[in-house]
Design a protein around this ligand. Structure first.
Ligand code: PFF
Length: 452
């Protein structure tokens, strides 16, 4: 019989879990990463592949992660170890948990740097520096900002301290209240921004860029990136959702919660795209602006719209909070493991993990300026960590989760944990997790390395 509670605490209700998991999923991945990768890989066809990946790979894997987490009730490493033992399989399955920890370190290190940009932009918006500025001035200001390591370091440090503070106190307290208010607020602001984008006369161009697929623009790398974006955006493949599942009570419906979380996450990404691309075209800009896209485009709108100073400030502030609630879930798996295995208290474990991530983050921010000459496979540290985690490590983690949940874990165990009977819903999940998800990930990998 599986444990019914976790030593790290439990969510107070089903709603608390949905809020926390949505808080993890909705973040910079939706508003910073989705538009810039969609822009990079040509729009429509990329978006279509992304949506297919969310539905056919993301949703079944999210269900599997929550299910495994709830059954194990420990950090991903110890959950995988315990479940593998229960099934009489090799203890090597715990490596899946280790992969997740490595991934968490790498993602959070660059995530914190970008969250730092967002914080700096709260101050800029509040100071009114975007007022009346044109696209060239705003782009130059962004480029000047990322060329300054000291400013990046200060913001990165402040953000990591914020993350460590929450994780040290325990994720269940505080997070719940914050997300309940912030997520709806972010949503309303995004809808308002889409409303503004509609007034630019280029809304149709934005719409067609996002939703009219042109497959001639889609390379193997584009397909890989669309799949990677689905994993990144849904927080899948590294144990973040698994550990949140371990704090979920045994009665909640995993399938229903998953559909809600994935649906909200996708909606936010699409709204961000609808807000940004019409402005891109109205300004005569190219969609391939790279990581600076959102920071170069949205300030133009804030500088022109009535009330833009206030609106821009609140928008970037909400984005900081969205990044914060995601970053917390990136740190939590390793902190839980440190508490379980090294008998460290939560505070020490959080500080230790946070300092390690901070150090890696320094390498990321330096790669944008003083270390710009140092590249691996042609990429600086920040771009390398971003590509490697989203496009390779997360899908690999997801593939292993699918294999474990579909082939290693007994059918009886998954039936018991989902508690939705063995009807159509369960059979569909099992088909997707055993065949569709692992084969699709494998094909995309092979395609990307041009074996085909
Ligand atoms: N899903 C987050 C976002 O879209 O910003 C990022 C993220 C969080 C990725 C947690 C992975 C993860 F485990």
């Amino acid at each position: 019989m599986a444990a019914t509670t976790s030593i790290h605490g439990m969510w107070s209700s089903r709603l608390a879990f949905i809020l926390a998991a949505t808080g993890s999923a909705v973040g910079l991945g939706n508003i910073w990463r989705f538009p810039y990768t969609a822009g990079e890989y040509g729009g429509g066809a990329f978006v279509l592949v992304y949506l297919i990946c969310v539905a056919a790979i993301g949703i079944p894997i999210m269900m599997a992660e929550i299910m495994l987490g709830r059954r194990g009730r420990q950090s991903p490493i110890n959950t995988m170890l315990a479940l593998a033992r229960q099934e009489g399989r090799t203890e090597a399955w715990q490596l899946l948990g280790w992969l997740g920890i490595v991934c968490g370190f790498l993602i959070l290190s660059f995530y914190s740097v970008i969250a730092g940009w967002t914080m700096a932009y709260v101050v800029r918006a509040a100071a009114g520096v975007f007022h009346g500025a044109d696209a060239a001035v705003i782009a130059a200001a962004f480029d000047g900002f990322v060329a300054d390591p000291e400013r990046l370091l200060a913001w990165h440090t402040i953000f990591m301290v914020m993350v460590v503070l929450v994780v040290a106190r325990g994720v269940a307290s505080g997070l719940e209240r914050a997300v309940r208010f912030l997520m709806p607020a972010l949503f309303v602001l995004l809808v308002a921004l889409v409303g503004y984008a509609m007034t630019t006369d280029h809304f149709a161009a934005g719409l067609s860029f996002l939703f009219r697929p042109d497959f001639s623009k889609l390379s193997g790398e584009g397909i890989l990136s669309a799949m990677g974006q689905a994993f990144f955006s849904l927080s899948l493949g590294m144990g973040a959702i698994m550990i949140y599942g371990s704090y979920l009570n045994s009665q909640a419906s995993i399938a229903r919660n998953t559909v809600i979380i994935a649906g909200l996450d996708t909606l936010v990404a699409l709204l961000a795209g609808l807000a940004i691309f019409p402005i891109v075209f109205a300004q005569g800009l190219a969609p391939e602006q790279g990581t600076g896209l959102v920071f170069k485009v949205l300030p133009i709108a804030f500088g022109q719209m009535p009330g833009g100073q206030l609106f821009g400030t609140v928008f970037f502030l909400l984005l900081v909070f969205a990044a914060w609630t995601s970053a917390i879930s990136l740190l939590e798996p390793m902190v839980a493991w440190l508490v379980e295995n090294l008998s460290l208290g939560r505070v020490r474990a959080s500080v230790l993990a946070g300092m390690t991530v901070w150090l890696l983050g320094v390498a990321c921010l330096l790669s944008l300026n003083v270390w710009s000459e140092i590249t691996v496979f042609g990429l600086g540290f920040l771009a390398l960590f971003d590509f490697l985690t989203a496009n390779i490590l997360l899908p690999l983690g997801g593939l292993l989760i699918a294999v474990f949940a579909g082939w290693v874990l007994s059918r009886a165990a998954s039936v018991d944990e989902f508690a939705m009977g063995e009807g159509l819903g369960y059979r569909l999940w099992r088909l997707l997790i055993r065949f569709v998800a692992p084969i699709a990930v494998a094909i995309v990998f092979l395609h990307a390395i041009q074996v085909f």
